[in-house]
Design a protein around this ligand. Structure first.
Ligand SMILES: Nc1ncnc2c1ncn2[C@@H]1O[C@H](COP(=O)(O)OP(=O)(O)OP(=O)(O)O)[C@@H](O)[C@H]1O
Ligand SMILES: [Mg+2]
Length: 481
């Protein structure tokens, strides 16, 4: 069990820091409880400092509450239908207040973004129920129209000494013999992010039940192996393919190398188009790593490695003369990235399996088909809309954004459709995707003679081979030197 869950504060007094803010929130709750309606609260602040935790503690004070994620399009529908009605139609007698928690209001959004902001704005206007909205970025465009309608509470990062104290308590409860200096070191490194501090403590305590300063320091040096640094420097500082290839020839987990390159691209590259191009290559590399993982076909590694190596190195116009310190993608970023890359594939697969009623692994093996379908702007929009994909998920299938013009057109088209028409179109899309899945299944049967690999999921996706072949050809010409 994650210690962040095990030790998630259950009452306000257990929440570290932000005492003044907590007082304001308590007053707000009390006002509601004495039947004195208040405008919604908007909690804004960096990750891992207890925003969600706080809202959940407050929820206990209300007879009923509902937690929604604003970046999930389903929530928007729930808001519009259920909450939309009940929030404005609370009867004056008898009913208890229902607390509405809307998390990640500034989250990553899909194609129907504007609808989302507007829906939230409408609810705020008409809601008779208490609402708490949560966001990370105070300056997010999405919050512009929402901020004036709320009481904004800026939550601050926690101080290192309060984090140290919390870590000490957890270490004690877990019987970890921790050197106070080591705990302080973790707290300092977490830079106010309580969640990452606790995660780190758990990661470092898992081997034995002692924790020394050395362990915390090792964590840093473990990743900073000089060959990784050579590889990164090679990719970012050079444009000579042969040199880059040589630098990349190291014995290290290539996905870790990719994390390093990704982390350092914006530190080294300064022009927008360079950074964008470089990240496109990183996402291509990531797709191939995904394939490697699914198929155990390590031949794909080479392509991934070329994309993140030569591709990224070629994304810059010329080599920068400045000195950039290579940053480690710390255990913090790797662990605390709960919306991170590694989950992306599974999140998409989950959405697909719900909508298409296929298993997770079939859904994943359909990805190459979706890549092909996503080449068409309109189809890309329709599928994303149907599967309720977010922007970052759409990116998994196509590097180019769906043009604004197409989005507007398709949104309008959908708005004009009658319900039956919409359903029919959805059914068509579903069938189109399912057909792809069936083909995958069929070819799986055909390729079964290869007993050794029969269980391997990649055998379910041979049509992809053809496509990849093409990609490879292109890649060869792109990278021939
Ligand atoms: N102020 C705090 N006091 C005690 N524990 C905390 C605090 N902040 C975070 N934690 C720990 O970190 C975990 C994650 O916190 P939480 O989900 O509330 O963060 P958040 O601010 O909502 O972050 P995000 O912006 O990423 O959603 C909690 O379960 C808890 O264990
Ligand atoms: Mg949160």
């Amino acid at each position: 069990m994650l210690w962040t869950d095990k030790y998630r504060p259950q009452e306000l007094s257990a929440v570290v820091g932000n005492k003044k803010e907590i007082k304001i929130i308590t007053d707000w709750v009390n006002a509601w409880k004495s039947n004195n309606p208040q405008i919604p609260l908007l909690l804004v602040g960096p990750p891992g400092i207890g925003k969600t935790t706080l809202s959940q503690i407050i929820a206990k004070q209300f007879s009923e509450h509902i937690e929604l994620n604003a970046s999930d399009k389903r929530s928007q529908e729930i808001i519009k239908s259920t909450i939309g009605e009940s929030s404005s139609s609370r009867s004056l007698f008898g009913d208890e207040y229902k607390l509405i928690i809307l998390d990640e209001v500034d989250g990553i959004h899909g194609t129907n973004d504007r609808g989302g902001v507007k829906a939230i704005g409408d609810i705020i206007k008409s809601s008779k129920h208490p609402m708490i909205l949560i966001a990370n970025d105070f300056y997010s465009k999405r919050l512009q129209s929402i901020k004036p309608k709320c009481q904004v509470i800026k939550m601050k990062k926690s101080r290192w000494n309060s984090i140290t104290k919390l870590l000490r308590e957890i270490a004690q409860a877990e019987n970890v013999d921790a050197n106070p200096a080591a705990l302080k070191e973790i707290a300092l490194k977490s830079q106010g992010d309580v969640r990452s501090a606790i995660n780190t403590l758990q990661a470092l305590s898992s081997k034995d039940s002692t924790l020394e300063v050395q362990d915390v320091e090792n964590m840093k040096t473990k990743d900073t192996r000089s060959d990784i640094f050579n590889a990164i420097t090679g990719v970012l500082k050079s444009k000579t393919p042969a040199h880059v290839k040589e630098a990349m020839w190291i014995e290290e987990d290539p996905t870790l190398v990719m994390e390093y390159i990704a982390e350092n691209i914006p530190r080294e590259y300064k022009k927008k188009d360079e950074i964008k191009k470089a990240y496109d290559y990183i996402s291509k590399a990531d797709i191939f790593f995904g394939r490697t993982q699914r198929s155990r076909n390590y031949g794909y590694w080479k392509y991934a490695s070329d994309f993140m190596g030569i591709g990224v190195s070629n994304s810059k116009h010329e080599t920068y003369k400045k000195f950039t310190k290579i940053q480690t993608p710390t255990i913090f970023t790797l662990m605390s990235r709960n919306r991170g890359k590694r989950n992306l594939r599974d999140e998409i697969a989950e959405k697909m399996s719900v909508k298409l009623h296929v298993s997770h692994s079939i859904a994943i093996s359909m990805f190459p088909y979706l890549e092909i379908m996503f080449k068409n702007d309109e189809l890309a929009w329709e599928i994303s809309d149907y599967l309720e994909l977010e922007d970052n998920e759409i990116k998994r299938f196509r590097s180019k954004k769906i043009p604004k013009k197409v989005i507007n057109k398709m949104e309008k088209q959908k708005a004009q459709m009658r319900v039956e028409e919409r359903d029919r179109r959805a059914e068509e899309l579903k069938n189109q995707m399912i057909t792809a899945a069936v083909e995958i299944e069929d070819s799986y049967e055909i390729s079964k003679p290869d007993e050794t690999k029969a269980e391997d999921t990649v055998k379910k996706e041979p049509p992809k081979e053809k496509k990849e072949k093409k990609k490879t050809d292109k890649q060869v010409s792109l990278f021939s030197f």
